[in-house]
Unconditional design. Structure first.
Length: 167
């Protein structure tokens, strides 16, 4: 496989954008871990009551408010088993991605293809979720993940081209 030669300026730009996107992914991953711990520790009834209370003000002003009506419906559908699933999902997703972020920032070569595979699998699951129940937030996260994958791939090409050049 031939790897493209990059100019120094283009390599620096790719690396900067790669690092920025990976750091942003790390922040998202840390947020997922915190959210997972929150969902695991805080009783389900407290979360449901909080969501309904927050949405109620909006519903008093506009009973057809899209976001508020969907938040209330979602809060009322959450069960103890789905609460545990959400907690485990967020924690495992956050921990896996945070581990890959650290490995990528340390330039560990195995982390590039591993990250592409893991993010690809998460994106497939997110697309499945989008088909079942559309969410603008999940769509934005999926698009962001695609951008991160592209930057990971480009940085991987840069790193590999340097390795091929040294051989």
């Amino acid at each position: 496989m031939r790897f493209p030669r990059f100019t120094r300026k283009k390599e620096r730009r790719i690396t900067e954008l790669f690092r920025l996107s990976v750091i942003a992914k790390g922040v998202v991953s840390a947020t997922e871990i915190i959210a997972g711990l929150f969902v695991l520790v805080v009783p389900l009834s407290t979360i449901t009551d909080l969501v309904i209370r927050l949405a109620q003000g909006e519903l008093d002003e506009d009973p057809t408010d899209f976001v508020a009506t969907h938040l209330v419906a979602l809060a009322q559908q959450v069960s103890v088993s789905s609460n545990l699933f959400v907690a485990v999902y967020l924690l495992s997703r956050g921990l896996i991605k945070l581990g890959l972020v650290v490995a990528l920032l340390k330039n560990q070569l195995w982390a590039y293809p591993a990250s592409l595979v893991v993010l690809g699998l998460f994106i497939l699951y997110q697309v499945y979720q989008l088909v079942i129940l559309f969410s603008p937030l999940l769509l934005a996260l999926t698009i962001f993940d695609l951008f991160v994958m592209w930057f990971i791939w480009r940085e991987y090409e840069v790193v590999r081209s340097h390795q091929v050049g040294r051989v």
